[in-house]
Structures are given as C-alpha cells and as structure tokens.
Design a protein around this ligand. Structure first.
Ligand code: NAP
Length: 250
C-alpha cells in the first residue's frame, strides 16, 4: 500500500510518517521542501501515482484571516482534483474540534477545508482534534498582554502530538468513514489553569488571568466551545507525562 502524507515534514506529519513506515509500508513525506506544493499544484499528480491513501497534514504559513482561508481552499481544491485524477481511495484530513461552534478566521478556513472534502466524492475520514499540547506556548503568546496572559475561563482538553499521530496513522489504515471522528486529550481542565501550569513549568514568569471577555484567536468562546460534545477517542499522554518527555527532549 502506498500512502502519501502531505505536510509530512510538519509536527504531526513527521510523527505519522515514522509510525506508518514502521509497518514496512511505502510512505512518501510530501511538502514544498520535497517539490510537492498544494498551492501551485507542483508535483501533486506525480507523487500520487499509485497511492491508495492521502493524509493531509499541511498547515498554512500565515494565520492571517484571508491568507489562511485562501491556503486551505486552494490546497484543498488542488489536492482533491489530483486525488480524483489518480484514483486515490481514502483522503484523511486533520481538523479541529469546535470549528462549527466558534467563529475565528482560522476555524472558518478549516470549515472550508472540510466542506471541500465532504463534497469531493472521494471516500474520506476527517479527524477533528482538540489543540495540541505543543501549541500551549503559541496560545500563551497570542493571548499575551504585557506581563499577563488573558484567557477565557473555558474548558480545554489538549492532546499530545504523539497521540494525534498514532490515531491519524490508525485511521489511515482503516476503511474510510466518510464522516468525522473526534479526538482529545485524557484530561479536561480550565483553560487558564493548564496554560498557567505550562508557563510555570517552562519558567515563564507571566501571570495567567482568567478573563471572561478574552477571546480565543479573536473568536468568542463559551465554556464547552473547544471540547468535544459527544463521543471522542482519547489520547493516553497526560500533561505531566508530556511535559516530562518534552523537557527530556524525547
Ligand atoms: N495546532 C493545533 O493545536 C491543531 C489542532 C487540531 C488540528 N490542527 C491541524 O493539524 C494540521 C497539522 O498541523 P502541524 O502543527 O503538524 O503543522 P506544521 O508543523 O506547521 O507543518 C506544516 C506542514 O505543512 C507543509 N506545507 C506548508 N505549505 C505547504 C504547501 N503549499 N504544500 C504542501 N505542504 C505544505 C509544511 O511543509 P514544509 O516543511 O516543506 O514547509 C509542513 O510539512 C493542520 O492542518 C492544523 O490545522 C492543529
């Protein structure tokens, strides 16, 4: 079985490629660095020749509202057209829990990506994940206000990238669901508390303030906006274990 991982050099992509290769499968890590570009279309049909499964783990270089929407729409169209032309049998994509319940530019772009997949006619599985633990630093940076980090008092259930990659690899080897699977971390905690624990652990002196008016990447969020509402597959790596592993450089 040949599997193409678009964005195969990224955080989740590189881990997914490593897991799938352990099984002795033919796995191609595709990205602009290896001459495959979903925006220009360069290298797409060539890399997909003979592939049964395509996993899309690419991310936009810019998170600005218009740029990110353009990235996910253009790459989605180019990718799905190349998959249709080469007879790919399963498209797997990584999306985000709650994109249909919260309005921010990045979530709108991911919703547009999902819509293209759902209407493409190609058998698919969309995995909606909660935020990665590896993204906590980025969240703190985006919510910083001088020496304070202002976060809304909502529930948060982040998942380790290793857990995400393991589930993505498993889903890619199973039959397409032509539907959505939700995944999340093993612990559900208030947003401000987990970010405060993270900042303390990495020696960041900024104070985390719970602020009901604070926005999440410019979008309004409520108590359960960012966590799965129904059944979700849970990762195994809890915050403390993840922290230990990342501080040990694992
Ligand atoms: N962050 C979160 O908490 C979170 C939560 C749920 C879902 N997600 C989703 O998870 C996915 C993977 O995120 P990540 O953090 O692993 O990404 P990442 O580390 O930023 O990696 C991005 C990847 O996209 C590739 N890429 C960029 N432009 C491309 C193009 N034009 N054509 C093909 N590939 C391109 C990059 O290739 P080069 O190395 O060649 O530049 C790289 O391999 C994203 O779709 C994101 O929306 C994220």
């Amino acid at each position: 079985m040949k599997i193409v991982v678009i964005g195969g050099t990224g955080l989740i992509g590189s881990k997914t490629v490593a897991i799938l290769r352990q099984g002795g499968r033919e796995v191609v890590a595709a990205s602009p660095k290896s001459g495959v570009d979903t925006i220009t279309g360069e290298g797409l049909k060539e890399v997909m020749a003979g592939a049964q499964v395509v996993i899309n783990l690419a991310n936009s270089p810019s998170f600005e509202d218009k740029a990110v929407l353009e990235f996910f729409e253009t790459s989605g169209r180019n990718l799905l057209a190349a998959e249709a032309a080469t007879g790919v049998q399963h498209h797997v994509a990584l999306s985000i829990v709650g994109i249909d319940r919260t309005d921010n530019g990045y979530f709108r772009a991911k919703a547009a990506q999902e819509k293209l997949i759902e209407t493409s006619g190609i058998p698919y599985t969309i995995i909606r994940s909660t935020q990665f633990l590896e993204f906590l630093g980025g969240i703190a940076a985006s919510s910083a206000d001088g020496n304070k980090v202002r976060l809304p008092p909502v529930l948060f259930q982040p998942i380790a990238a290793d857990d995400v990659a393991a589930i993505v690899a498993e889903v890619a080897l199973a039959a397409p669901r032509s539907g959505i699977v939700e995944i999340a971390g093993p612990e559900r905690t208030p947003f401000n508390k987990i970010v405060a624990r993270y900042l303390k652990a990495v020696g960041d002196p900024r104070e985390v303030v719970s602020d009901p008016k604070a926005r999440y990447f410019d979008g309004r969020v409520e108590e359960r906006s960012l966590v799965p509402l129904g059944e979700a597959r849970l990762g195994r790596i809890a915050f403390d274990e993840w922290l230990g592993r990342s501080q040990a450089g694992a």
